[in-house]
Design a protein around this ligand. Sequence first.
Ligand code: AMP
Length: 512
Amino acid sequence: MSRIIGIDLGTTNSCAAVVEGLDQKVKLIPYKGGEYTIPSIYAVDDKGNELVGHEAKRQWQLNPKNTIYGSKRLMGKSYDPDTVRRIHDYFFYEVHEATGTDEVMVGIADKRLALPQVASKILQKIQGVASDYLQAPIDRAVVTVPAYFNDRQRQAVKEAGAIVGLNILRIINEPTAAALAFGVGRGMSTETIAIFDLGGGTFDMSIIEIRDRVFEVIATGGDIFLGGVDFDNRLIDWVLESFETHHPGVDLRSDPIAMQRIKDLAERSKIDLTQRKECAFNIPFITMTPDGLPLDIDLKLTREILEGRTADLVGRTIDTCRRVCADADIDPKSLDHVLLVGGMTRMPAVQAAVTGFFGQPPSKQVNPDEAVAIGAAMFAYSLEDDSNLRVQLLDVIPMAIGIANASGQLHEIFERNEAVPNLKRLTFTTSVNNQKDLQMRIYQGDDEHVASNNELLGEFTFSGIRLAEAGTVKVEVEFNLSQDGILSMSAHDKDTGAEMEKSVALGVRKYE
Ligand code: AMP
């Protein structure tokens, strides 16, 4: 019989879990070598072999151009030069704009792949490992995403599953999944908790009320460009600056292999500095002088330097916490528990900032690397017909969704933190004689004023409007937000009930 698993598809690492056995215990699914997480990395080696996870990471120093890492941040994003520049400063694979859509694609081994295709390789690996472990086919999963993912990013995840025959039954938000791991079985009392989730690529913060088996998200916020890789990048900048003071004019940025070696050690040193106050930062033979002499990196890194270089990143997480608490109308010091999720929350400066803001030390009751997959597996199990676990998730959308009006402003249909699922109706009246169709651009994002500063979800055309004088036909458009936070739309003539035909240009709406 096929099984449903829970998958935490992370920016840097992914992890899967399942509820198993007569005692219905949640178990993490182990990979070869007994580890419970695999790096979310896909590579193609010089012989054309595809590598996923640990195998891909093992060769990334030597093959940086054909190693796709951290690409979750690009999923469902429209191509924009600013994002691409941010990626290019530290990543060495190619980033392109797709032809015909505004999607981002990555270049690898002379091919171009859409981001869902890259994610599908990781999902496929997890599917294979889980299937071997459980001795059962895996064709259904609950997959978690950052709470701050918009509609397009969520659709891209569904698409990734579809590519490898994995039906993603539900997408749930990472903090909500972690709350499940914490809250199931805690009893009847009502508790309000904060989940502070700082992972490899993204940051989320949610305030969730737990009432027995009901998990209600009160407010959420985050940033999909704030995570461990940004901390690593700050260390990389420090290394490059320090190297340049010793070797003026030697530019390591243009050497992908040297940069990859620095990146690798930067991340390892950052992790080391969680336990220690200082560490050596040595890389022999990083490059050659023009006259063929080898140069080394030989530096001393301290926790103080790391903290100094990343204080603003930590500060941004706290700014978001402040905003989410204000949205929830909750005093941060009044919360019952604060949970830390994501590997970056092990950094002492992050823990100190969280403790200071919430006025209490974070709870140690969940494992920051595993809680999301465990919660996803619990929720997956609750969807099985014969399950005796019933939980209710009441989630919200992280950013407003709206229509661009004639002056380019955003007319909000759903406000941020509005509950999902949700349905809204808007009535439009024809503005010219014999108007045949109605066009609208839908955006999602934080800019309440200028629509185009937000992510374009799609340009929709509803056609087949009854021919009549201006102002006489009323078209009612339904905006339907699914439990996954994905929007679908339909429109009909309000008087005759006739359904309009819908077509979509721009945006990525394969799951309409
Ligand atoms: P996740 O997405 O939850 O797997 O988080 C991965 C991020 O956490 C990566 O950026 C890691 O470098 C970082 N990380 C893991 N362990 C530690 C640690 N002990 N101290 C600081 N950062 C860590």
